[in-house]
Design a protein around this ligand. Structure first.
Ligand code: NDP
Length: 315
């Protein structure tokens, strides 16, 4: 009986729901919580984890795969220097996660385009102030940084909603109706005069600090920034400076250095920043567990699931 150990939002006690969803897809699995898994480390075949205690993963000597509870793996590879790099590390990649991200980014672009943050502030103040936006989405260009599992879906979602879309990735991509750019030399072309720039890159040394003053200066005046990648991508002081001097029109931020975002953060009260609590895209437990079981089947057939972490690429 294959055994899977679970370390996932321990405080919220999701284990019963995770177990039920896994068993629905594969009744032969033995699903155990982390403390039980640690008592039989050589019997554990798989683990499903969100930020497990550093040093624990290397104790499982028979692991066939590590399933990340998230699309990013920084909560494993950055957090635990001893994680067993020889074991396949599979990123979360169920279809709902990509669809939900598409919906969130479409909402964020429309929020920025129509100035919806100001409406929320006016409502709190019972203020009736009509600043009508006459610009339709079809006249706006959105640049999506990262065209992977999530960014690719976001790009087509925005294209289908009528936005002009450009995308940027490490390797060249071809996508219908989307102007694709690749590599460091084409970054400036990808974002020049963009009305909205969306970051959906992984957290790696080469993407750190990419949303900075130099890049912002290339965007169209009044442009909006949407960061749904990781907080490491954004130079917060540069964002605030360019919002305050009026070059940028607004920002929607979903990811932060410290989460929950501390009450003292200046981001909370900035009139042009919309904050969401890292909720852009989190699919149901059922959808995620179905993905995990399908990936186990692929591994058992000797196939590597498409969203396996590649240590050389760093994502
Ligand atoms: P993928 O690995 O599928 O895609 C990453 C994309 O980034 C690829 O297109 C890749 O290029 C590109 N890329 C990586 N490095 C570079 C670089 N140096 N220069 C240019 N392009 C680069 O990841 P996902 O789409 O699944 O996820 C992206 C990120 O989204 C995650 O790492 C995570 O941080 C974040 N996320 C946020 C969530 C939220 O709720 N806010 C939820 C889930 C994820 P190429 O195609 O050439 O490989």
């Amino acid at each position: 009986m294959p055994m899977i150990g679970v370390y996932f939002d321990q405080a919220k006690n999701y284990l019963p729901a995770v177990r039920a969803a896994l068993l629905k897809c594969d009744p032969a699995l033995e699903v155990v919580d982390w403390s039980e898994a640690l008592t039989v480390p050589d019997r554990v075949d798989y683990v499903f984890v969100w930020r497990p205690p550093a040093g624990d993963l290397k104790k499982f000597t028979s692991l066939k795969a590590i399933f990340s509870a998230a699309a990013g793996v920084d909560h494993i590879v950055r957090h635990d220097p001893d994680w067993p790099v020889h074991v396949p590390l599979i990123r979360m990649g169920d279809g709902d996660t990509a669809l939900l991200m598409g919906d969130y980014v479409l909402w964020a672009c429309l929020t920025l385009l129509r100035g919806a943050h100001a409406w929320a502030l006016q409502q709190q103040a019972r203020e009736w102030k009509r600043e009508v936006v006459t610009r339709p989405s079809g006249s706006c260009t959105v640049s999506v940084l990262g065209l992977g599992h999530l960014g690719g879906r976001v790009a087509t979602h925005l294209r289908d909603a009528g936005f002009g879309v450009r995308g940027w990735s490490r390797r060249p991509h071809t996508m219908d109706g989307i102007a694709c750019f690749a590599g460091p030399d084409e970054l400036d072309h990808a974002v020049r005069d963009a009305d909205f720039v969306v970051c959906l890159l992984p957290d790696t040394p080469s993407t750190s600090g990419i949303l900075n003053a130099r890049l912002f200066s290339l965007f169209a005046p009044g442009a909006g920034v949407i960061n749904v990648g990781r907080s490491s991508h954004l130079v917060e002081a540069d964002l605030i400076a360019r919002l305050d001097d009026g070059h940028l029109g607004g920002a929607v931020l979903d990811v932060f250095d410290v989460e929950p975002l501390p009450a003292a953060s200046p981001l909370w009260s900035h009139a042009r920043i919309t904050i969401t609590p890292h909720v852009a895209s989190q699919a149901s437990i059922g959808s995620r567990m179905a993905y995990v079981v399908e990936a186990m089947r692929q591994l058992n057939r000797g196939e590597m699931p498409p969203l396996a972490y590649d240590a050389q690429r760093g994502y």
